[in-house]
Design a protein around this ligand. Structure first.
Ligand SMILES: NC(=O)c1ccc[n+]([C@@H]2O[C@H](COP(=O)([O-])OP(=O)(O)OC[C@H]3O[C@@H](n4cnc5c(N)ncnc54)[C@H](OP(=O)(O)O)[C@@H]3O)[C@@H](O)[C@H]2O)c1
Length: 258
C-alpha cells in the first residue's frame, strides 16, 4: 500500500518516535491526525508536517481514556492506517513498583492500543481495508530485570496484536508489530529517573527516525513483525530458541553496566 493520500492516525505523536513517524508519514504524502496529551507540542509537530505539504490535525487525546480514543477515531473519519505508539515506562523492581504506576502503564501502553484498535476496526472491516501498526518493544519479547511492569505491557500488546492479526486475516485488515530496542528519545527521562543509568546503554541506542522508517514500511507492507536494530533482532531470535542462554548473557551485561 502506498501512503500517499491515505489517512493515518498516530498516537503519542508529540515527541520521540511518534513525532518522527509523523514527519516520515508527511514526507510519504499521508493525511495526518496526531494524538497526545500535550497539545502545544502536538500543534508544533503538526505545523512541521503541514510545512511538508500535507494536511495535519492535532487532537488532544489521553489514550488511557477510552472515550478519548473513540473521539479521536471519529474525528479522523475514514482511517486507512492506525499507529498505536503512545506509551511510557517507569522502571522499578517488581518488589518496589508502585501499584498505581503499574496500572497506569498498562492503561496507557496496552489498553490505549486496544481502545484505539476497537474504535478503528468496525470501519476498516466494513471497507475491507486498513492497517494497524502497534509499536511494541523488544521488552515485550524478553523480560528485563527492573523493567517488569513495563515489559508486561508490551508483552500484552504483542499477544493482542498476534490474536487480532489472525482474527482479521483474509478480511482486508492487516496488523503489524514493530519492536525497537533502545531508542534515543525522552522516554528514559521518565523511565529511569536517574536510578538505572545503565539501561539506556544496554544496546547502543538507535535514532527515532530509523524506527519511524520501520513503522512507515510496516504500514505499507503490513509485515508481521519488525525487530530493530539487526543486532537486537538476532538476540531476540536467540531468546526465542534458547531463552535461558539469552537471559544468562543479559544478566552478565546488566551486571557489567551497573
Ligand atoms: N525509547 C525507547 O527506547 C523505546 C524502545 C522500544 C519501544 N518504545 C516505545 O515507543 C513508544 C514511543 O516512545 P518514545 O521513545 O518516543 O518516548 P517519548 O519521547 O517519551 O514519547 C512518548 C509519547 O507517548 C505519548 N503519551 C504518553 N502517555 C500518553 C497518554 N496517556 N495518552 C496519549 N499519549 C501519551 C507522549 O505524549 P504526551 O506526553 O504529550 O501525552 C509522547 O508523545 C512507546 O510506546 C514506547 O514504549 C520506546
Amino acid at each position: 500500500m502506498q501512503l500517499n493520500g491515505k489517512t493515518v492516525v498516530i498516537t503519542g505523536a508529540s515527541s520521540g518516535i511518534g513525532k518522527a513517524v509523523a514527519l516520515e508519514m508527511a514526507r510519504r504524502g499521508a493525511r495526518l491526525f496526531l494524538a497526545a496529551r500535550r497539545l502545544d507540542l502536538l500543534e508544533s509537530v503538526a505545523a512541521e508536517c503541514r510545512a511538508v505539504g500535507v494536511s495535519c490535525t492535532a487532537v488532544a487525546t489521553d489514550v488511557s481514556r477510552r472515550e478519548d480514543c473513540i473521539r479521536l477515531l471519529e474525528t479522523a473519519g475514514v482511517v486507512d492506517v492506525l499507529i498505536n505508539n503512545a506509551g511510557f515506562a517507569i522502571f522499578d523492581a517488581i518488589a518496589d513498583a508502585k501499584p498505581e504506576e503499574l496500572v497506569s502503564m498498562m492503561q496507557t501502553n496496552y489498553f490505549g492500543a486496544v481502545w484505539c484498535a476497537q474504535a478503528a476496526l468496525p470501519g476498516m472491516l466494513a471497507r475491507k481495508s486498513g492497517t494497524i501498526v502497534n509499536v511494541a518493544s523488544i521488552t515485550g519479547i524478553m523480560g528485563f530485570a527492573r523493567m517488569g511492569g513495563y515489559c508486561a505491557t508490551k508483552s500484552a500488546m504483542l499477544a493482542f496484536s498476534e490474536a487480532l492479526r489472525d482474527e482479521v486475516l483474509g478480511r482486508g485488515v492487516r496488523v503489524a508489530m514493530v519492536c525497537p530496542a533502545t531508542t534515543d528519545t525522552a522516554f528514559f527521562e521518565k523511565a529511569e529517573r536517574g536510578k538505572m543509568p545503565g539501561a539506556s546503554r544496554l544496546i547502543l541506542a538507535i535514532r527515532p527516525e530509523r524506527v519511524a522508517r520501520a513503522v512507515c514500511n510496516a504500514a505499507e507492507d503490513g509485515a508481521y513483525r519488525r525487530i530493530l536494530p539487526f543486532t537486537a533482532n538476532l538476540y531476540m531470535r536467540l531468546k526465542e530458541i534458547a531463552p535461558r542462554t539469552a537471559h544468562f548473557f543479559m544478566r552478565r551485561v546488566s551486571a557489567w553496566l551497573e
